[in-house]
Design a protein. Structure first.
Length: 220
């Protein structure tokens, strides 16, 4: 940069001015001063320094009163064919959705589940409400895949989390961190695949999936 500024100053000056040693010295000093000013301004510019995350407004999937409906009542333990699956109504994540979402689950089971067994949470994504991948319908309903083939059909969905069970039955509500996922579209249908070893309790008020956006901001 110093060379470029010096050459430009020489080009702008007359040839006769070069005869004076003082003029030549002044041209050099002027070039150095200009470069120092420019670099100082560049260094003073604010640049992104760190990313910080805050929790946004959570969405809930529950029987009533949530962001999307899903009835958990007496959802059977899955056997890999036609039982144990339930799909939600379409959930709207918003026009501009967060890149990352945290999943927390509150589940109450009617009988004692097998410790360590999972209740899997899966999703399909789209740009509109309604039916999606894996033969999801966009409505709160039983989920059996295409033709009683839950094991195969859920492979067309994305596993977004898992509630790992302890051996507590009703009236204990198991509250768990189920995972963090990255949505692939504004609208999503969520499928609950119950492999816990026990059916869900009939009390709907204790059953909820909470999705919390992890909103990122840039701090200087």
């Amino acid at each position: 940069m110093l060379l470029q500024v010096t050459l430009e100053l020489i080009r702008k000056s007359g040839v006769r001015e070069w005869d004076s040693e003082l003029v030549r010295i002044d041209l050099g000093l002027a070039a150095v001063e200009i470069v120092e000013i420019l670099l100082g301004e560049f260094n003073a510019m604010a640049l992104p320094d760190t990313f910080k995350v805050s929790a946004g407004t959570a969405l809930t999937i529950r029987n009533t009163g949530g962001s999307a409906a899903l009835s958990f009542a007496s959802l059977a333990n899955g056997n890999g064919t036609s039982a144990g699956g339930r799909q939600s109504a379409t959930l709207d994540l918003g026009v501009l959705w967060a890149r990352l979402w945290r999943i927390n689950t509150d589940f109450e089971l009617a009988a004692t589940p097998t410790a360590g067994n999972a209740i899997n949470l899966l999703a399909s994504y789209h740009s509109a409400t309604g039916a999606g991948q894996g033969n999801t319908s966009g409505s709160d309903a039983a989920y059996t895949g295409y033709s009683n083939n839950i094991d195969a059909a859920t492979r067309q969905l994305e596993l977004i989390g898992a509630h790992n069970c302890t051996s507590q039955a009703t009236a204990t509500v198991q509250r768990a961190f189920a995972g963090i996922f990255m949505p692939k579209g504004r609208y999503m249908n969520v499928v609950v695949d119950n492999r816990s070893g026990a059916a869900f309790h009939s009390t709907e008020t204790n059953q909820v999936i909470t999705l919390t956006p992890l909103e990122e901001t840039v701090e200087d």
